[in-house]
Design a protein around this ligand. Structure first.
Ligand code: ZN
Length: 140
């Protein structure tokens, strides 16, 4: 006897989910499933679902991960830059503080939504937090 066939929706949810394309789509703030629909409905607000392929995003759990990674990256870029500007270029402290503040804020604002998209794409590709369940409910 043949096992019962899964519906197209369930088949789609059980299909292969390659990590690299998903991360690229997430970094571009696009749906990790289809790559067309927007992942975020605001600067950092995650859309409830993809308007193109109907993939639900409501169970994502990025939490503090994107902020942590953004601080980690920006901090590791800023610290050597401070050392270089102060020790090698002998830059005025007030000018240095102003320049580095602008770079720090701009880089953080650029990275945060992209890292959040990549975090959600990782969860989607690894079927974490309900992304793998056929009915889209969260598993704990
Ligand atoms: Zn989609």
């Amino acid at each position: 006897m043949e096992p019962p066939k899964a519906s197209p929706l369930v088949q789609g949810r059980l299909a292969e989910r390659p990590l690299k394309p998903a991360l690229t789509r997430g970094w571009r703030r696009r749906c990790p499933n289809c790559g067309s629909g927007p992942l975020l409905s605001g600067y950092l607000k995650v859309a409830d679902h993809c308007p193109v392929c109907e993939e639900p995003f409501h169970h994502q759990r990025a939490d503090d991960g994107p902020a942590y990674l953004t601080i980690l990256i920006v901090g590791h870029l800023m610290a050597p830059m401070i050392m270089f500007l102060y020790a090698e270029l002998h830059m005025e402290p007030l000018i240095m503080a102003t320049v580095l503040t602008v770079i720090c804020v701009a880089l953080s604002l650029y990275l945060l939504p992209r890292i959040k998209g990549a975090f959600i794409a990782l969860q989607w590709a690894r079927r974490m937090h309900g992304f793998g369940s056929p009915d889209g409910t969260a598993e704990h």
